[in-house]
Structures are given as C-alpha cells and as structure tokens.
Design a protein around this ligand. Structure first.
Ligand code: SF4
Length: 490
C-alpha cells in the first residue's frame, strides 16, 4: 500500500487526481503530510491551447511537460474548457505514474462507468469516428484495442438514439432471488430469509404500475422498451408472475414496444409454465445466465443451480420460440483457469443465443463475499487475455459488441460488454447505459433517469432497494414520479 500527497494549481482538482491515482493503484492512501509519492500538477494556458507540467517525487522521481491544442478546435463549445483542464490533470497524473512504474491502464484516463458517453459527446460535436478513435488514444490514453472497441460499440448504438427519440422506457425491479450469489451487489433479497416481504411488495408494485400507467396514458406515452429485472423476476410463483404481467399489460400501451425483456437469470427459477406465461404476454427477450459452465465454480460462487438445470431452461426457451435469448457470463471467477474459460466459451457458443454479455468480475463491498479471502485465486493477469479470446471467438461466430460499461474495482481494470448477432441488439441496455432517453424505474431498486433532450442533462430518482421501505413510501414515490412526468412535458 503506497501513500500519495497531491497538489494542483487548479482549485477543486485534488479529488480528480485521487480518482486517477486510485485507478492505477486501488490500495492508494492519501495524505497532506509526508508520503511515498508526492505528485504536483500545474496547468496553464488559454482557450487556444493548454500546457501541463508535472512531477512525481518519492520512491521514484520523474517529470513531464506536454502541450495540448485540442481545446482550440472550434467544434468545442465554451463550456468544454474546464472539462479539458480536468482531463489534462488526469493525463499528467497517469503519465507520471507510468513513468514511476505503474502498469498501463487499458482505459487510460477514463475512470467512469460509461466510457461510451465520451464517444457520443465527441461524435455529437462533429468529429468523425476515426477522429474520435485517434483522440481516445492520444488524449485519453486508451490502448488501441479499447479505442477500437469503443468506436465499434458507439457506431452500433447511434441509430438507436434516433429510433427512440422522444419516447420513454420502463424498468420494473423485482428485488428477490432464491438465494444470494456470493459476488452479488444488486437489489436482491434471498427468499430463504425475505419471502414474507413478497406479497406486500407486490401490492405496492401493483399500485405503482397502475398509477404510472394512468399518467402515461394521459400524456399519450407508449413505452419503447420494457424490462423486468431485479433480482430474478421468475422467482415469483406462476400466479404472482401472471398478476404482474397482467398489471403491466392492462396499465401500459404495449402496441409500439420495440422489445420486452424479462430476466430469468437463475435457471432454477424457470419452468415451462412460467416461460409459456411470459411468451403469452408478449415477452420477446429473456436472459438465462450461466456465468460459467464449470459446476465447481457454480458451487463456489453460491449460484445454487446446476448445468443440467441451465440446459433444460435454455431448451425450454428455444422450444417456446422466444425471439431473443441473452446469456450472461463472468470472467475472472476465483479458481478458474485457462481451460475453464475455453470450455465455457465452447459450450456458450454452441447455444447460439442472440445476445451474450461478458462481464468481468468486480469485487464489491456490498457483496456477501470477503474478496480478500479469494483474491489470490483470481487469475487477474489472464483476464485481459480471456476477454480478447472471447471477443475474437464471438466475432468469428458472427457476434459484434453493442453496449459496454465499466464497474469500479473491476478485475484488471477491464469492462463488461454485450455482444449480439446481427439485428438483436438489446435496446434497453443501450438506452440505460447511454442515457439518451427517459427510463422510468418502478419496483424495488428501480432507478428513474429523466433525460432532458436540449441540455442532455439526466436527473436520477431511485426507488428504495429494500422491499419494506419501498412499500412504506409507495405513495410518495408515485406522486414524485407523476410530478416529474408532468414537468417533463411542460
Ligand atoms: S441471481 Fe443475480 S441478482 Fe440474484 S443473487 Fe445472483 S447475482 Fe444477485
């Protein structure tokens, strides 16, 4: 663990510097006194060009000076200057850390969850795809593979922004699962301990769906996409699931839906009756998530389902003719080695699911696992290579990347990326990540994102993750959403 003392001549940039240091050294501690490393950054210049001067002293010493005329490009607005200064600060820090021996970060100075937002920002300013890719490498220090990946994803996504312009999407969160996977940090409560909360939660959800449905009807909105997630919605009994689908069908105008997804992530929650119900109610996309095809790992991560249950679930999905199947995988699970990932990829590709999402393990504090106990079993140095192998083999099988995001503390600083066969992009996933249209989040942990199309500003209003709190606050939550909806059209 190394300590760092940071200085910058631009006010308000210490947190920005800390953020960058933490990306390179997750164990970093910060101090204003004596430290293993002292980093000083000075930014000077005008709106025609900036200069960064920096030095690092301590266990290793180095200096850097670089000029940047990018901000002088007339395509940038006047409001871009402060942001450009912050980017220069981060770049100065990262260059110094690399000179002092830090490994190269695949995503360079991009430390946020949504790197593709930067891609779209630059494209909206009028830069061509090639110009953006060049800037991602030169100014943002992405390695060439990540810059190319971001360009590929961004170009797939852009037509969808037009397709849903002015429309809203709906997310419904069911915050229950049969048991809790060890790595999980989602809004999910195991039925083994929280089953008594389900009925009360559903009563509140019925109210929220009905009231929001009335408001949307009054305003003439019909959703573009609908996504029931969680948790695992298919953990509900058949009759609870029927009620839920019925409330949704009666409350929202679904005639112009582009996509209707239900997360059926845990194969141990699926049977023919439930899947038939989903199909009968118009669901077009289901997600069944193996995470790994190694049965030992499944036990290790607390998934509590078998490979046989997965195979049965996928066969049922195919027999019922769902148009689109997604399968989620996690790379970097403890104990997994080269041969596990090879075997998993081979099995995965055999299903020919329309969508495949490759996640990198991200140790979260909210997980039940103490990651310090399993860290030594994660093949961190192989993860980037496994992602590359996955990308190559998926590409050879006809898949291309269509959405991506990053998580804090993701193993080896990598990303999560969704792949699709041609024409099966999960539209909700694109919209949720890129925040280019309003998404109403209902149910447990549902996050509403209110998009303002002129300023591109997004306001977030979360529903509580706790089912009991959600139930207790339901009237207030619904009133707030209805008010926001009315304000969004005035
Ligand atoms: S199935 Fe998904 S939401 Fe449920 S506990 Fe496991 S990771 Fe969390």
């Amino acid at each position: 663990m190394a300590s760092y003392a940071l200085e910058c001549n631009l006010p308000g940039n210490i947190a920005n510097m800390e953020n960058m240091v933490r990306a390179a050294d997750p164990e970093a501690v910060f101090t204003s006194g004596s430290a293993d490393y002292r980093i000083e950054i000075t930014i000077s210049g005008t709106k025609q060009g900036l200069t960064c001067r920096g030095r690092i002293d301590g266990r290793k010493a180095a200096q850097v000076t670089f000029n940047d005329r990018e901000i002088g490009d007339p395509r940038y607005g006047t409001d871009a200057f402060t942001q450009r200064q912050k980017e220069m600060v981060r770049k100065g820090v990262l260059v110094l850390l690399e000179k002092a021996g830090a490994p190269k970060l695949p995503w360079g100075i991009l430390t946020g969850v949504r790197p593709s937002k930067l891609y779209h920002y630059l494209r909206d300013l009028g830069f061509s795809p090639a110009e953006v890719e060049e800037r991602l490498g030169d100014q943002f220090m992405l390695v060439p593979e990540k810059a190319a990946l971001l360009k590929a994803v961004g170009e797939v996504q852009r037509p969808f922004f037009q397709k849903v312009a002015g429309r809203i999407s709906i997310y419904v969160g069911i915050p229950f699962c049969p048991t809790k996977c060890h790595y999980c940090s989602f809004a999910s409560h195991p039925l083994t301990t929280h089953a008594h909360l389900v009925e009360g939660f559903l009563a509140a959800l019925a109210y929220e769906i009905a009231e929001i449905g009335k408001a949307l009807a009054r305003l003439g909105f019909s959703p573009a996409t609908l996504y029931i997630g969680g948790g695992t919605p298919t953990v509900l009994t058949t009759s609870q699931l029927r009620n839920l689908l019925d409330w949704i069908g009666r409350s929202f105008s679904l005639g112009e839906l582009l996509e209707y997804t239900v997360e059926a992530g845990r194969p141990d929650t699926i049977d023919r009756e439930k899947l038939k119900l989903l199909r009968d109610y118009g669901v077009t996309r289901v997600s069944v998530n193996p995470q790994t095809f190694n049965p030992r790992t499944l036990t290790r991560i607390g998934r509590k389902h078998t490979i046989e249950q997965l195979e049965t679930a996928v066969a049922l999905v195919r027999a019922l003719d769902f148009p689109c199947l997604n399968m989620d995988m996690i790379i970097g699970l403890p104990g997994e080695r080269e041969e596990d990932w090879d075997y998993t990829l081979e099995k995965l590709l055999a299903y020919q699911s329309e969508n495949i999402t490759l996640h990198t393990l991200a140790p979260k504090r909210a997980a039940t696992w103490d990651f310090s106990q399993v860290k030594g079993e994660v093949a961190e140095e192989r993860v980037a290579n496994w992602l590359d192998t996955g990308r190559t083999r998926l590409g050879a099988a006809g898949y291309y990347p269509y959405y991506l995001y990053r998580q804090r503390r993701s193993v080896a600083g990598q990303e999560n990326c969704g792949y699709t066969l041609p024409g099966w992009e999960g539209i909700y996933n694109i919209l949720m990540m890129e925040e280019r249209s309003t998404v109403l989040g209902l149910g447990g942990g549902g996050m509403s994102k209110w998009f303002e199309p002129v300023s591109f500003k997004v306001t977030r209003t979360p529903n509580p993750k706790c089912p009991a709190t959600y139930r207790g606050r339901i009237k207030e939550l619904v009133a707030e959403k209805v008010n926001m909806l009315l304000a969004s059209v005035n």
